[in-house]
Every structure is written in structure tokens, then in C-alpha cells.
Design a protein around this ligand. Structure first.
Ligand code: HEM
Length: 340
């Protein structure tokens, strides 16, 4: 099957799941979540997570972007249910899926969970820990503080194929991106806002190599990528590391927002507007009137205030995706259990 046929099949699957009602259950609207869910049962929960996150990031600041990304990858695959943490005996779990091969931070979540189990046994879910860690990662990278809704419970199913199907690849165009995100009830503005996550962190060369060396199979370069930026990327990414499909764990790493890769700020939007961004999916924000308008506005904004407010709202919205609450799911003593 060709790459084009495979993509069509994936989009069809995504659309069919949407029509079948995945994402439209009451839980999908975030019912059962609330700010301060642990106020009575574990009042120190959020303080413990923040204190631990401070220590984790002091030891390795590159884990801030990784833990932010983990919340996105958890929420988009069967909902924010902590299932990304599960380990699979068969080697066919979420962690094994292509987009997650470059995921980091599992031990950090395990470490926070162990702290919480010591003070409030069997109380705080792994899904909530991931959501709180993502908020703290942004805050500790000079981004906004926002109120995280909690009350999620954990799932016990982990299937690599779900992650392959539900996470858009980096060579997605804006039509693909809108399809993947609309299935999770996220609109064009949410996309433009959430893509600002790429303001911090790095990517392996394999995820965008194709844009530099073999865009259409004729050893050509992506014409939408700024030529000077492409030259810089070529110096960092020698040819031959991965082929750009999948989410590329191959090769060296480069910052996604050069010059500002540890600070959560607006420079990502300036970067996308002027260079086309690191991934085709980043650059695709320029190809839709709503997302382009947002990118232009933020690239020229004199203060991050509006963006920070939008970001908080979009993260809360993403954090409601297909959650398990009430009697659904479980709270288990460890996050990285072995499943089939
Ligand atoms: C179409 C949507 C998206 C695509 C195709 C995409 C793709 C990618 C890829 C390929 C990487 C590099 C991974 C590596 O090589 O190590 C990455 C990193 C990252 N992504 Fe995304 N992403 C998308 C949306 C998002 C969203 C919505 C968020 C946050 C809510 C996010 C947060 C991050 C962060 C923070 C990193 C840096 C990770 C690190 O430094 O370890 N991404 N993304």
C-alpha cells in the first residue's frame, strides 16, 4: 500500500470513529472533572506534583517539553486515561507506537506517583498526574499558570494501533490536522493555540528530514521551507536519518523554536510565519484563514497575555477528551503496569 493510500485509510478510520460517536459520550464533555478534585481526599496533591516537578526539571530541564507532549499523546489516544504509561508484554502497546518511540518522561511520572502514593494511597490517578505535570512543565518554562481540572481515572487498555491512528504525523497538511483534531472536538483556533506547545522542546531529524532532502521523491527540498532555515537544518541533520514518515526518532535533535527552545513564549508563531516551522504540520497553520489569522496576530503581539489565556482554555478543553470519571476506570498504585 502506498503512503498516500495509507493516509487516506487512516483519515477514513478517524472519520468513522467520529461518526460512531467516539468522543461524544458524556465523559467526553469532561463531566465529573473539577478544579481541586483532590481538595478533600488529598489536599497536598498539586503541591506534591509541583515540588517534584521542580526537582525533576532541575535535574533535566529537557523533560519539561517531553511531559507537556505526554499529556497530548495520552489525551488523543482513548482519552486522557493514563494509558500511555502502561507497558505491554506483546510489544504492541501505546509506548511501542511510532509516535511514542521518541516519548520521554515515563520515569518522571512514576516518581511523582510514588510520592503521592506515600502520602495519599490509591487516590490520585496517573491521568491526573500527567495533566498536572504538563501544566507545571509550562509554568516552569515561564509560561502561564492555569487551573487544571482533575478527577480523571485510569484505563487499562493500551494498543499501539490506536496511537498510530489518532496522532497526526508531522507531514500532515492542514486538512489532515483539522480532521485529527475535530474528532477530539478541537477546532481551528484550538489547533493554532495548542501548536504553540512547539515553543519548547526538540525534535529528532527523522521527523522532518524529508523536507530537506527528498520532499517529493526527486531529491528536492520543501519549497514552503525558508531557504536559510533549511540550510541551517541541513548542517544539523545530515542526510540519511529516517525518511520523515512516522514521527521520526532517528538522528540528531534540533530545537523546534530555535533560540527560545526552553521558554514558553510567542516566538514559535514568529518562527512559523517567517520560516514555515520545523514540521509541515507547523507550517500548515499558514494555509487556513483561521489558523493563519491567529498566527499573524500572535507573531505581532506585544504581550503574551492573550495567548496565555487562550492556551489555558485550550489545554483544559483537551484535558476533557474522553475522560473516565466516577466509577469508570480505576486508580492503581503504580502507573506503568504490564498489560497484554
Ligand atoms: C499535528 C499535531 C502535532 C504533530 C504532528 C506533532 C509532532 C511532533 C514531533 C514529530 C515531535 C518531535 C518528537 C521527537 O522527535 O523527539 C514533537 C515534539 C513535541 N510536541 Fe508535538 N506534535 C503535534 C501537536 C502537539 C501538541 C498539540 C502538543 C501539546 C499540547 C505538542 C507538544 C510537543 C512538545 C512539547 C514537543 C517536544 C518534546 C520534547 O522535547 O521531548 N505537540 N511533536
Amino acid at each position: 500500500m502506498s503512503a498516500g493510500e495509507l493516509r487516506l485509510l487512516l483519515l477514513l478510520l478517524v472519520a468513522l470513529r467520529a461518526r460512531a460517536g467516539v468522543g461524544s459520550s458524556p465523559a467526553a464533555a469532561g463531566l465529573g472533572l473539577q478544579v481541586g478534585f483532590y481538595r478533600a481526599t488529598c489536599p497536598v496533591a498539586e503541591d506534591v506534583v509541583l515540588a517534584e516537578m521542580r526537582m525533576i526539571l532541575e535535574e533535566d530541564r529537557t523533560l519539561a517539553p517531553s511531559l507537556l507532549r505526554m499529556h497530548y499523546h495520552d489525551c488523543f489516544v482513548q482519552g486522557c486515561d493514563g494509558s500511555i504509561m502502561l507497558r505491554s508484554r506483546s510489544g504492541k502497546g501505546e509506548r511501542d507506537a511510532t509516535p511514542n518511540r521518541s516519548m520521554r518522561g515515563y520515569d518522571a511520572i512514576g516518581r511523582i506517583k510514588a510520592r503521592l502514593e506515600a502520602v495519599c494511597p490509591l487516590t490520585v490517578s496517573c491521568a491526573d498526574i500527567i495533566a498536572m505535570a504538563a501544566r507545571d512543565a509550562v509554568y516552569l518554562s515561564k509560561g502561564p499558570w492555569y487551573d487544571v481540572e482533575t478527577g480523571r481515572r485510569d484505563g487499562d487498555v493500551s494498543v499501539a494501533m490506536y496511537a498510530e491512528n489518532d496522532l497526526a504525523p508531522p507531514d500532515s497538511n492542514i486538512v489532515d490536522v483539522k480532521t485529527f483534531f475535530s474528532v477530539k472536538s478541537l477546532n481551528a483556533k484550538d489547533i493554532a493555540v495548542l501548536f504553540g506547545c512547539h515553543s519548547i522542546g526538540t525534535s529528532h531529524c527523522g521527523a522532518f528530514q524529508k523536507r530537506l532532502y527528498n520532499f517529493t521523491g526527486r531529491m528536492d527540498q520543501d519549497p514552503s521551507l525558508d531557504a536559510r532555515y533549511a540550510e541551517k537544518l541541513k548542517k544539523l541533520c545530515a542526510p540519511g536519518h529516517g525518511h520523515g514518515h512516522g514521527h521520526g526518532a532517528g538522528g540528531a535533535k534540533v530545537p523546534m523554536d530555535p533560540g527560545s527552545g526552553f521558554t514558553f513564549d510567542l516566538s514559535y508563531y514568529r518562527h512559523v510565519l517567517t520560516t514555515g516551522g520545523l514540521f509541515q504540520s507547523d507550517g500548515s497553520l499558514r494555509d487556513d484563514p483561521v489558523t493563519r489569522g491567529y498566527v499573524e496576530k500572535l507573531a505581532n503581539a506585544s504581550s503574551p497575555d492573550e495567548y496565555f489565556a487562550d492556551f489555558a482554555a485550550a489545554m483544559v478543553k483537551m484535558g476533557r477528551t474522553d475522560v473516565l470519571t466516577g466509577r469508570l476506570g480505576e486508580v492503581r498504585p503504580t502507573c506503568d503496569n504490564l498489560v497484554d
